[in-house]
Write a protein that binds this ligand. Structure first.
Ligand code: NAD
Ligand code: GLY
Length: 368
């Protein structure tokens, strides 16, 4: 059998570009260490990823002055406390402005590392080495970095683009099945928001993706990164179109916050949120209900939740949605759709309709 090809694309920004490389074995064989400019390297990882992959990364860093910062796994660690601990590591090693941060892990490690790199000496380089499907298709690309507050997700952060994204797809072999499905939610998002043909491809390849077939996984990551890179190139700091990437996220972030970053994974919350956004669009007369059903059916085949948790409190979720970063002038600004592949920004959504939609979803979830 032929070895898997390495897939390559660039994120092209106004002032610079950076590479995304996708394929098996890149941690060991790609020339990513050549992108490190200075002498100091801080590797940030988490307690699940480090035992599998840290040693292999360190082997590539002979000759550099290297510090390691390993956080416990999970969203609950994407905090200002971990952020300041990582900065303290940079200070301890005497990192200068040409230091590089390596983010080895999922979106939690990537978002935290990127924010650390954005802030140390007003900004140093960082390289994304994503190890979850979600990070490979979404969080490692595009330069959104952040930590959470108890009041809400990603409320403190910065736009800071990585120097490169090196997605070693062989690392997905150790990813738990539930995390793989959470990543698939963000893959489905690209089809749902702007590419009905890709959505149909996903319907045809759902089982192959769940079985981690390399060709299907490689194609899904590449197509997702193409979508993300194109949108980021046109709207790096989310003045407009980039907000479409948040389809399902206003509901999803509220669910995650209500759940206090414990039960639902980010991708699971996004899956529920996308279905709620589709149902709300139908309720507002913007989109066919059939498309919302098709979206829910694909997500369910990918082992994702699509209904509200039974203990969800619609009024609390609406209150949390008021703190979403997409809102302007105190009005609910949501990403909804006109149907599959046709997402849109709706600037001033009536809160009463959102509440009614949440209440109906809660009542349906409670039905035996
Ligand atoms: P995560 O980083 O928590 O990783 C999920 C779990 O898988 C963790 O327990 C981790 O330790 C484990 N893991 C990671 N790679 C593994 C591997 N190869 N083998 C075994 N275990 C592994 O979560 P995630 O889903 O990758 O990312 C979610 C985060 O990303 C959220 O904080 C979300 O807000 C953020 N996000 C950011 C952006 C962005 O544009 N910056 C976009 C989407 C999501
Ligand atoms: N994940 C949303 C964005 O990068 O804009």
């Amino acid at each position: 059998m032929k070895p898997d090809p390495i897939r390559r694309l660039d994120v092209e920004l106004d002032t610079r570009r950076y590479p995304i490389r996708i394929g098996p074995g890149l941690l060991d064989h790609d020339d990513w260490p050549g992108l490190i400019r200075g002498r100091h390297v801080l590797v940030i990882s988490d307690g699940n990823v480090a035992p599998h992959y840290l040693e292999r990364v360190l082997e590539r860093l002979a000759g550099y002055s290297v510090a390691i910062f390993v956080v416990p796994p999970g969203e609950a660690e994407k905090t200002l406390t971990r952020f300041s601990e990582a900065l303290a590591e940079l200070a301890r090693m005497g990192a200068s402005r040409d230091a590089t941060v390596l983010a080895l892990g999922g979106g939690v490690v990537g978002d935290l590392s990127g924010f650390v790199a954005a802030c140390w000496m007003r900004g140093i380089a960082f390289i994304q080495l994503p190890t979850t499907l979600l990070a490979m298709v979404d969080s490692s690309v595009g330069g959104k970095t952040a930590v959470d507050l108890p009041q809400g997700k990603n409320l403190v952060g910065a736009f800071h683009q990585p120097a490169a994204v090196i997605a070693d797809t062989a690392t997905l072999a150790t990813l738990p099945a539930r995390e793989l499905s959470a990543g698939l939610a963000e893959v489905v998002k690209y089809g749902a928001l702007g590419d009905a043909e890709f959505f149909t491809w996903l319907e045809a390849h759902a089982e192959a993706l769940l079985a981690r077939e390399p060709a299907a996984i490689g194609t899904a990551i590449e197509r997702s990164c193409q979508h993300k890179a194109a949108i980021v190139a046109r709207d790096e700091t989310e003045q407009g179109e980039r907000a479409l990437l948040n389809l399902g996220h206003s509901f999803g972030h509220a669910l995650e916050t209500a759940d206090a970053y414990g039960g639902l994974l980010h991708g699971e919350a996004v899956a529920i949120g996308m279905v709620l956004a589709a149902q709300l669009s139908s309720r507002m007369g913007m989109a066919p209900a059939r498309d919302a059903e098709r979206l829910a059916a694909l997500l369910q085949r990918m082992n994702l939740p699509t209904t509200l948790p039974p203990d969800a409190d619609p009024a609390q979720l609406l209150a949390l949605m008021r703190l979403d970063k997409k809102n302007l002038s105190g009005r609910l600004r949501l990403i909804l759709w006109h149907g599959l592949g046709r997402a849109c920004i709706v600037p001033d959504v009536d809160e009463a309709i959102v509440l009614a939609c949440l209440e109906q979803a809660r009542d349906e979830a409670a039905r035996p």
